[in-house]
Design a protein. Structure first.
Length: 201
């Protein structure tokens, strides 16, 4: 039975990947902070200009609390806080340890999964490819009455979401922030660090 599920999932991935269209994202380095490398995820990325990373100890304390409350939540590994307009964040999550089914079930039923408390008036889901990533799933969540917007991106490799990036901000700033977010997304790439050990002769 489990083998049938795995085969069905693989067939679905092949069919879906053949239908995914590439999205053209404009990259403008002047809108971004310097590149950051995440060795564990083997990626490099840049956040929008004006966003500064919070301390790793603070981020780890939040991650521990989130995982204690829900062992199947994404592991938060970095938080960036906007220092220019305020009340805006970028977060990076590690999803490698999450079962494939948990993530895909949530994305299949995304409106109820991500809107349990009715905090969003509308949620749209899009799938595209860009650069090193053949599949990226986007969730665009909006609430105009509370002036909030969350753009969530799942980056896939080998048919499974490996990490995700959240952009959370005031919806009224969307048009101003859009080129910054687009450039940030365009900056995400695979980064393979090569370690060479010199042996004593």
């Amino acid at each position: 039975m489990r083998a049938n599920k795995i085969i069905l999932a693989l067939v679905s991935i092949i069919i879906l990947s053949s239908c995914i269209r590439e999205r053209s994202l404009r990259y403008d380095a002047s809108l971004l902070e310097p590149e950051v490398q995440n060795v564990e995820l083997m990626i490099a990325y840049q956040v929008p200009a004006g966003y500064k990373m919070l301390s790793q100890s603070f981020t780890d304390s939040i991650a521990r609390a989130e995982l204690a409350a829900n062992p199947f939540s994404e592991k938060r590994v970095a938080i960036y806080l906007d220092t220019l307009i305020g009340n805006s964040t970028v977060c990076l999550y590690d999803m490698r340890s999450l079962p494939y089914e948990k993530t895909e079930d949530r994305l299949d039923f995304f409106f109820s999964s991500y809107n349990a408390n009715n905090q969003w008036e509308n949620i749209e889901k899009n799938i595209f490819s860009h650069g090193d990533f053949k599949k990226i799933t986007e969730l665009d969540m909006v609430n105009t009455s509370t002036d909030r917007r969350l753009l969530k991106y799942y980056f896939y490799e080998d048919g499974k979401a490996q990490f995700s990036i959240d952009y959370y901000f005031r919806n009224s700033y969307y048009n101003d922030l859009k080129p910054y977010i687009e450039s940030s997304l365009a900056s995400v790439k695979k980064s393979h660090e090569i370690i060479i050990e010199l042996l004593d002769q």
